[in-house]
Design a protein around this ligand. Structure first.
Ligand SMILES: Nc1ncnc2c1ncn2[C@@H]1O[C@H](COP(=O)(O)OP(=O)(O)OP(=O)(O)O)[C@@H](O)[C@H]1O
Ligand SMILES: [Mg+2]
Length: 272
């Protein structure tokens, strides 16, 4: 048998890269090990209410005695901390960061590491990947039953990288009743399907306002996906002190129903 050929420097470098990637993946999966179900909240279109849905869903699950983490992955424009009025950042515990809790939800956001709220951060693929990985390794998540992930909009590098890195169990797609938002939602569903990831279902937000109602339900039927419910346009969402689901009984009812329908879509072996 011939002795193994010596690797060229290029091959050595490639091998080192593969090893590093593998170790990084292992570190990420170790730090995510204790997390029950990872749900991404996503839409192709900006401003349709992803952050609103992610935040209120997380808070609602927490009111049902679940241990819940909310991960603001909108790294270009993180605003979960603003919505939840969190001023204190994570606490350093050795090499780990302990996320602050608000309304019973553990919150981690890129905003904690931004010096200036108005500053725009331009991230490229590898930077996003590194930042997300760093976040995931260093956060002491504990053992939350659910991790709700607020994703950036669109089909650019940022949401794609986040989706690939986080290994999400499935997605809640947010749309408004409006035709254009529905079209964008369809695009994002197709992208998720292409990545062989699961769509838990569709939520119609800002329902009943000037855009009417029914676009979300029609999209769900067309794409053969579960319809998880509608969240009406409501002044309760303009309260800046607490999430609307804790402020208004009507909104709480909508989010309780949404969380129940979502749970029905989560495979049984995934939820404990
Ligand atoms: N059901 C609702 N009724 C009234 N206002 C709402 C409702 N849902 C969201 N809003 C408001 O609409 C605005 C946009 O919502 P939000 O920030 O959640 O959207 P987004 O999809 O996360 O946006 P982006 O794409 O910029 O991240 C916010 O001011 C929010 O308070
Ligand atoms: Mg948002």
């Amino acid at each position: 048998m011939s002795s193994p050929r010596k690797l060229t420097p290029a091959e050595e470098a490639r091998l080192a890269q593969v090893r590093a990637n593998f170790q990084e993946r292992r570190k990420v999966s170790e730090s995510l090990e204790g997390i029950g179900v990872r749900v991404g909240v996503y839409s192709g279109k900006g401003g349709v209410g992803k952050t609103t849905i992610a935040t209120n869903l997380a808070v609602t699950l927490a009111t049902q005695d679940n241990d819940v983490a909310l991960f603001d992955c909108d790294i270009d424009c993180p605003n979960v901390t603003r919505v939840l009025r969190i001023s204190e950042g994570p606490i350093q515990n050795g090499e780990k960061l302990v996320p602050p809790s608000r309304f019973g939800v553990k919150v981690m956001s890129m905003a904690f590491f931004q010096d200036n709220e108005d500053e725009a951060i331009v991230w490229r693929g590898p930077m996003i990947h590194n930042a997300i990985n760093q976040f995931l390794h260093s956060t002491e998540w504990g053992n939350p039953d659910y991790m709700i992930v607020d994703l950036p909009p669109g089909t650019s590098d940022a949401p794609l990288t986040v989706m690939q890195t986080l290994n999400l169990d499935g997605f809640v797609i947010v749309t408004t009743p409006h035709e254009l938002a529905v079209l964008d939602a369809k695009r994002s569903i197709n992208m998720i399907k292409k990545m062989n990831l699961k769509v838990f279902g569709i939520v119609e937000n800002l329902s009943g306002g000037v855009f009417g109602t029914g676009g979300g339900q029609a999209l769900a039927e067309e794409m053969d996906l579960p319809f998880l419910g509608a969240i009406n346009m409501s002044a309760a969402f303009t309260n800046s002190q607490k999430p609307a689901s804790l402020e208004s009984d009507a909104v709480a009812t909508e989010f309780n129903s949404l969380s129940e329908k979502l749970k029905q879509q989560i495979p049984a072996n995934n939820s404990d």
